[in-house]
Design a binder for this molecule. Structure first.
Ligand SMILES: Cc1cc2nc3c(=O)[nH]c(=O)nc-3n(C[C@H](O)[C@H](O)[C@H](O)COP(=O)(O)OP(=O)(O)OC[C@H]3O[C@@H](n4cnc5c(N)ncnc54)[C@H](O)[C@@H]3O)c2cc1C
Length: 390
């Protein structure tokens, strides 16, 4: 069983009340600001304070550390609901919770007690620092090095695209503690890196979509971190720690893709009833009906795949194939539904007055993050063969 499910006694009534509270918050606080904040690429500070009150920063952290201890299946529904209105804010708690899950899964008891309560309250917010300018998919090629100096590590190197690194207080940082190790992954470690001297946020990146959220370039210049911050207390396990979080990470991305698909379809269904051509609403033209029928079916299929992968995760089963399928299908459904909705909106889709263009810009990221969809299909195929070996 996962740590999450051991600690909560979540009933379906609790789930309904929590999801109702999320729906009200989305309607009251997220929906009204999405367009302006996205266009101006402004960080939603007030939303962050409300996320703290809702307990979102501790959503999947165990109750013994001050979190809500939600199962992945409930958490995924929260992510889908928020993303169906505006995907970007989910990154503020999502990447943070991936960092927390790694500490909860692989950290020492001392590390869990030190970091998880502060993370659950949102006092310390973080993310994952894996990608570098020269490598994303091939993580074993990273060049950031942590060299031992007494009871500290001295870190030098660069990271790119690190979500939450501008406004957050720290990240889980993938480094090489032995750059010459063979195989390469044996020389990799994770450090719990809070901001301090030598941890430099060098650039907030300008993006096509997923705006308002800080994705930054980082430079580490003789950044010193105490050896007690080595995740799990043992060197050489960093690659396992990084890939160990991928199942949950992929379920999260899948939930966002399903949300984008659902939100884009909702907008299209509404517009298709309001817009008239040739004397009738466009939803009465068969060409539009074919689109809506396909979109609605993909939304339902995406949500069911997310739920099935999340339930497999909650029950403690190995679910890399299921999480990969959910991530692949739901993110492609997001792209499909957003682009079909653009066609249904016609010329209006190209106006920034309508919100559908944001879904179109945001959707593509889900095909890239947490392992590209090219890699997902390779993972699915390898598992398929392994599980059906002759
Ligand atoms: C907005 C945004 C936010 C992000 N947030 C974070 C974050 O918080 N933390 C973090 O660490 N990273 C983050 N990333 C980075 C993201 O995880 C990487 O971009 C992603 O893993 C892909 O890596 P890459 O960009 O280096 O592409 P590459 O690895 O260079 O891949 C380029 C292309 O080659 C394909 N390819 C590569 N290897 C193979 C192979 N063996 N077989 C088949 N095809 C292959 C890929 O599928 C892709 O199509 C973020 C990225 C973006 C855009």
């Amino acid at each position: 069983m996962n740590a999450m499910t051991e600690t909560n006694n979540f009933t379906s009534e609790d789930e309904r009340m929590l999801l109702d509270a999320i729906d009200s918050w989305v309607e009251k606080s997220v929906k009204p600001i999405a367009k302006e904040y996205d266009h101006e690429d402004k960080y939603p500070h007030a939303l962050v304070e409300e996320m703290k009150e809702l307990g979102l920063f501790g959503a999947t952290i165990g109750q013994q550390y001050g979190g809500l201890g939600l199962p992945a299946s409930v958490y995924a529904k929260i992510v889908t609901r928020v993303s169906s209105v505006w995907m970007a804010p989910t990154g503020i708690f999502n990447s943070h919770l991936i960092m927390a899950a790694a500490i909860e899964r692989a950290g020492t008891e001392e590390q869990k007690k030190k970091y998880l309560p502060r993370m659950a309250s949102g006092e310390l917010r973080g993310g994952l620092g894996l990608t570098e300018p020269d490598c994303g998919t091939d993580l074993q090629a990273i060049r950031t090095v942590a060299k031992k100096d007494g009871d500290h590590y001295v870190v030098n190197g660069n990271k790119i695209w690190i979500t939450n690194s501008g406004n957050g207080g720290g990240i889980l940082l993938l480094v090489k503690t032995d750059p010459t190790a063979e195989p390469r992954h044996k020389g990799m470690s994770m450090l719990i890196a809070e901001k301090g001297d030598g941890f430099i946020v060098s650039n907030k990146m300008k993006k096509l979509g997923y705006r308002s959220i800080d994705s930054c370039e980082l430079a580490f210049q003789d950044y010193r971190v105490h050896e007690s911050c080595l995740l799990g207390g043992v060197e050489g396990k960093g690659f396992q720690h990084a890939v160990g979080g991928l199942e949950l990470g992929r379920i999260n991305i899948a939930a966002r893709g399903a949300g984008i698909a659902e939100g884009a379809t909702r907008l299209a269904v509404r517009y298709a009833q309001e817009r008239k051509t040739f004397g009738k609403p466009i939803c009465e033209h068969q060409a539009i009906q074919l689109k809506l029928g396909e979109m609605a079916t993909q939304v339902e299929a995406a949500k069911l795949l997310v739920e099935s992968a999340a339930r497999a995760y909650d029950s403690g089963q190995r679910c890399d194939m299921e999480a990969g399928m959910a991530k692949y299908f739901a993110s492609e459904a997001g792209v499909f539904c957003a682009s079909e909705a653009m066609r249904i909106f016609g010329g209006a889709s190209y106006s920034v007055e309508y919100e559908i263009e944001r879904y179109y810009r945001d959707a593509m990221l889900m095909c890239i993050g947490e392992g590209t969809n090219e890699m997902q299909r390779i993972i699915i195929a390898k598992q398929l063969v392994a599980r059906n070996a002759v």
